[in-house]
Design a binder for this molecule. Sequence first.
Ligand SMILES: Nc1ncnc2c1ncn2[C@@H]1O[C@H](COP(=O)(O)OP(=O)(O)O)[C@@H](O)[C@H]1O
Ligand SMILES: [Mg+2]
Length: 370
Amino acid sequence: MVSVVLDNVTKKFGKVIAANELTFEVKDKEFFVLLGPSGGGKSTILNLVAGLERPDKGRIYFDDEDVTFLAPEKRNVAMVFQTYALYPHMKVFDNIATPLKVMKIPKEEIKRKVKEAAELLRIDHLLERMPYEISGGERQRVALARAIVRNPRIFLLDEPLSNIDAKLRVYARAELFKLQRRLGVTTLYVTHDQAEAMSMGDRIAVINQGKLIQIATPEELYHMPIDTFVGGFVGSPPMNFIDAVYKDKKLVIAGRYVITIPQNVMKIIEDLSLNEILLGARPEHVSINFDKTDPEDIEAEIYAIEYLGNETIVDLYNKDLGEDKIIKARIPWRFKDDVGRKVWMKFDKNNLYYFDAATQTNIFHLSAKS
Ligand SMILES: Nc1ncnc2c1ncn2[C@@H]1O[C@H](COP(=O)(O)OP(=O)(O)O)[C@@H](O)[C@H]1O
Ligand SMILES: [Mg+2]
């Protein structure tokens, strides 16, 4: 088994820096997720690890072996793409067997290995079918079987579930995760879907514009996002951001709503001489009252109501917080009311996030750095 290390890796395509001085380690047997928006550089990282691209700068190691310039076929990694092209004219059995045939392995052994992989993925009853005779989810499993059949050192999975329909996807995630655990193969998994990343990753690396923004466990990422990008990217609907000014040991919103803050937050703001703060409040930490119950409640108007069955997302508006700003609240029941009604919103003080407006950085990270 194997760990993967990127040491200061840079890859450019013309003027685009697809990977910008990336340094991180994927541990042996880890399920490591690369998460970020489209165009961020996630696939480039996988291609570099697979050897399909060469870095302009930096080194890549599998354990202590420098593989930076090793040919792809000598790396023994298996890659599965979003468009997991199966050979349409070949039976499922032959699709899975292809990599073994290339390796000139004896027929009987190929049979045994294909059967083993197919059983593991519960597609052994489909071996005699053609790709067009099986479902999308089953085709995905065939592609995975083809990837695992030759015992690769590393799995590289590039959005492998995004072509499966939403209902099956949640199930497929769990299956894939269990499979990875059973095989114990170090895995780099690319997705732009934060829910997928959160539910599968041992650790998640957030990648944007070629840069590594943060590496953390799903819990850390949710509770301690390093900046407003991560705060806004992880969680759905996204975190609300509210402009505030630090004044007389309190935060003031829109020049008139005063929010008292914990002692430790106050200390960091003063130590760093910060003035403008972005307050982060997740929708699950915004509540709605019809009467003012607390001097820190903020008035708002119900702008829209989206009922989702198990919860309701309520859009709140107060033009003093910003002409175009909508604050989203997640209410865990059927919230039924009139759009346009005046209400009071309250932020859960135990669950607020504080960012320096100038650098967009979480003040707790700023304070740890200084
Ligand atoms: N072969 C290539 N030639 C030119 N530009 C590329 C190539 N591959 C990727 N890029 C560019 O590099 C950036 C990162 O792309 P990619 O790694 O595919 O991102 P992601 O997988 O996160 O969507 C994008 O701007 C993309 O257009
Ligand atoms: Mg990609």
